[in-house]
Design a protein around this ligand. Sequence first.
Ligand SMILES: Cc1ncc(COP(=O)(O)O)c(C=O)c1O
Length: 434
Amino acid sequence: MTEHPRHDTRLDRFVDSYSQRTNGMRVSAVRALFAVANRPEIVSLAGGMPNIKDLPLPDIAGMVAEMIRTNGTQVMQYGSGQGEPVLREQILDVMAAEGITAHADDVVITAGSQQGLDLVTRIFCDPGDVILAESPSYVGALGTFLSYQTEVVHVASDDDGLDPAALRETARQLRREGKRIKFLYTIPNFSNPSGKTQPLERRVELLAVCREEGILVVEDNPYGLLTLDADPLPAMRSLDPDVIYLGSFSKTFAPGFRVGWVLAPHAVREKLVLAQESATLCPPVFSQFAISTYLATQDWMGQVEIYRDMYRERRDTMLEALAEEMPEGSSWTRPAGGFFVWLTLPEGLDSQAMLPRGVDARVAFVPGASFYADGQGARNVRLSYCFPPPERIRTGVERFAAVVRGELDVMNTFGIDSAPNELRRGTGLAPDLN
Ligand SMILES: Cc1ncc(COP(=O)(O)O)c(C=O)c1O
């Protein structure tokens, strides 16, 4: 293979040229963790990668080959900026499983729901605008919001997710301060990172507050069909057609296709298509046709059932292991679906400072502060059960609990206010895991 010499990567000669927007971008703690967490000796309870080992790969290979043979010149051509009509129709059936009725013309296909977040922020937000987000919130959404120089204000949550009274109070306070609120960002089902689900009554209450206060709702729902204990709850969008809804095939099929969608009120949809055209001309055509063929020729709902059974076993393993291993003073959520458990450490511990010890103990997790734009979350940890097999999850939780016990020992030896943070720092882990 040809050698491609690399130029010096240490100095950034362009440092004075970047836009303010670029300078506001932060390294995602999750991404920075990947380098470490992917080492084979480490049990990673950090990543959010779906486990797609159970996909029927030979069937999918045959399906894609047939698609190329019969329709190759279309699937490898540019396509519509809004996304392929055939897939937009099929997406209506997917959303019907969560009670949504809509028109295919109001669907815009995106490169994953991550691009949906980007386009929605792009069309609504100017620098300094406020986005309300639940506490805690998906790290990838926070990154997008901050890259548009918005101000993210977290709204308090309780066991049922976003707190409607806190939402009303926060919105009124911000308006008294002269701030412009552009939308509320929420993940009602099995939230990333909290694992919490808003019950139906809570959704109704939140929508009522948003209507009264004139707040647009952006509902992000990549995990909704991965319910592990009960039927899916009605989406917020099914209760209010003004909600902007983000969907994805990343968790119910496979993330590598990078296909998600936005369902939006018609006028908003028009703006989204303009933004999509300027971003990509059109979303990935090959992927869209592959997903469309998958939905038409494979038992996609059967595959969702297979995923549910697999994730249920992993979730149960993690919850059992936590109950057996974690020291007193810790608490955690019991997700009814999705990928994540949100853990609160005993008082006085700091999850970010604990990370190097975790790596020493061969377990990776994500410190809670990653899921806040304002420095909260020091006592929290996100643990994911989606990727490692059950026996690795158990080992990971054992190691994690041992780290927490070790931290408690240090704290009890030196006292809460004395040196432990200093002692724990400087272990050589990348300093930018924040
Ligand atoms: C809450 C949430 N929203 C959006 C995404 C982005 O997913 P994708 O772009 O793969 O659809 C993720 C991925 O983990 C997520 O957890």
